[in-house]
Design a binder for this molecule. Sequence first.
Ligand SMILES: [Zn+2]
Length: 275
Amino acid sequence: MKRHLPLFVLACCTLSINAIGEERQLTSNTSLSGDFIQGGMLVGQTRSASLVKLNDVPVKVADNGVFVIGFGRDAALNNTLSIDFKGANKTVDFTLGKRNYRESRVTGISKKITHPNPKNVARAQKDAKEVRAARAKWSTAQNFKQSFIWPAPGRISGVYGSVRFYNGKMGRPHYGVDMASPIGTKVVAPADGIVRLYVPDMFYSGGTLIIDHGMGVSSTFLHLSKGHVKPGDIVKQGDLIAEIGNTGRSTGPHLDWRMNWMNQRIDPQLLVPKR
Ligand SMILES: [Zn+2]
């Protein structure tokens, strides 16, 4: 796809070229760019007024023909994109690469968290509902096309997709990338967007903040000690949004950054420069 980026953007971002991935021309009018792997996000370009479906599910196409799709941790490797333009249909298959995920062990989690009482179970359910509602709100912005930047410094202490054992018991996989840094370390917006949620004390995720990057792509930040923005705020890439904390199910100060496309959890680390 043609990115139509101004030259100065290309010049400043050569270091993050790995983040752009690969471009595949699927038909004479439709291309997909990004990492063709599980956890990947692909930005599509087609003719405006096209109707696009991914595996039979309609995908929103912007007026300029841009669309975006994302693939979860265990997404099927064989996928079909159907493009309908003024009654003429083209169907193209494409494949994703399979990922191998790491195993990680987290110990020292308090009983309050591993065996939550009914009150906390109810609270966690309410949190999850609130998060789902916040992610369901998205604008038609196309900020997901930016070269993302890391939201915080720090050693990478957790990666997307890893199988987690909490106090020796297998739990849900980890979906974020973790940056270990002291409490109070600044967290900045990795790309432009609109703040959709900030709650200081969710049961599992502690201080939780969600930014909508447009068309179903969002970032979620967990375990924060402090938020500097509120729902509805418009943020630019690099703006201060929060501070790193150790809240919720966390065993040391770190930022857990997650990304979604709709209800698919995608890997944020594929969108930022290597470090
Ligand atoms: Zn984490």
